[in-house]
Design a protein around this ligand. Structure first.
Ligand code: SD4
Length: 306
């Protein structure tokens, strides 16, 4: 552990996001600002088809976004099934800071975002619309195991299925405070109204400033069932190192549904109060990006059960 400041995030695309977060951290800034600004990068990137602008739509052709954010004081904010806003993470932060609530969904979340001055935009890019129309030909609904793919080109996989990745980011600032953010367009071609783990506090993200923080990526349903990120943090509280805690949370999923687990990917990423980090996934191919004073573009291949 570097002792901080440090920022880590899911998948290879975390490198660019970490670089933005690092600008805040290296100036002694707050981890909350770092994670918000860090995840702006994939949210605004139309070539990234799994987060924010340009995300794959649901099966009705609507891009619906899920995001949440949590700070060192245990404050948290979340939006689910939000349409038309490029930066759902910032709407989640406004929910946290400007309302007495934690979570807003759907039309109410959009109404709140517009009242807060966010711009209404069309998030469906021609590229993602094309992918959706292609998917409609067979309309197969089966999540595919996500593996890191070097290019951000449409991730067409065998059987006409698509990859799906979320950015989860965790940061420890120079004051020793932890924050986290998680943002996604969710599972490609999901049922309209489907909400994954990513905006659920305790499932897709959890931060406890006494202990550590955790986030997840993969098939959200299995993460929600096991309250995954909360579990990882609680295991760290009991003395597990970050990778061990992530592994135990993965094992919980595998033990409960061994047949399902063979077919899906779930990965957890964790950072403790000392700046030590680790990850573990069901399937091979889960990577994460690490950035601290020593190295800004480190990619680590996470260990996995299979
Ligand atoms: C979800 N966890 O909506 C997200 C998707 C994801 O890698 O992370 N894909 O279930």
């Amino acid at each position: 552990g570097s002792g901080g400041p440090i920022v880590i995030s899911t998948w290879d695309f975390g490198v660019a996001a970490n670089a933005e977060a690092w600008k805040v951290l290296k100036e002694g800034g707050r981890s909350l600002d770092a994670v918000e600004q860090g995840v702006w990068v994939p949210e605004a990137d139309p070539a990234n088809q799994t987060v924010g602008l340009g995300g794959f739509p649901d099966r009705d052709g609507k891009v619906t976004l899920d995001a949440c954010i949590m700070d060192e004081k245990g404050n948290c904010g979340s939006v689910a099934a939000l349409e038309h806003i490029v930066h759902p993470i910032s709407v989640a932060r406004r929910v946290m800071e400007k309302t007495p609530h934690v979570m807003l969904v759907g039309e109410g979340a959009l109404q709140f975002a517009l009242e807060q001055g966010f711009k209404k935009e069309d998030l469906l890019t021609p590229q993602s619309e094309k992918a959706w129309k292609e998917w409609l030909k067979t309309s197969q609904y089966k999540p595919v195991i996500n593996i890191e793919n070097k290019s951000f080109a449409p991730r067409k996989l065998p059987g006409n299925q698509y990859n799906h990745d979320t950015i989860g980011m965790l940061a420890l600032d120079s004051k020793g405070n932890l924050s986290g953010a998680c943002t996604t367009s969710g599972m490609a071609f999901k049922l309209r109204g489907r909400v994954g783990d990513s905006p659920i506090i305790g499932a897709g993200l959890y931060v406890d400033n006494e202990v550590g923080a955790a986030t997840s990526t993969g098939v959200g349903e299995e993460v929600i069932r096991n309250v995954g990120s909360f579990l990882v943090v609680e295991l760290m509280r009991q003395g597990y190192r970050p990778e061990e805690a992530c592994k135990e949370a993965v094992m919980r999923i595998i033990r409960k549904k061994p047949e399902t687990a063979k077919e899906i990917q779930v990965g957890f990423l964790a950072l403790n109060k000392k700046g030590e980090y680790g990850a573990y996934a069901i399937q091979k191919g889960f990577s994460f990006a690490v950035c601290d004073v020593n190295k800004q573009d480190l990619i680590i291949k996470g260990r996995s059960y299979y």
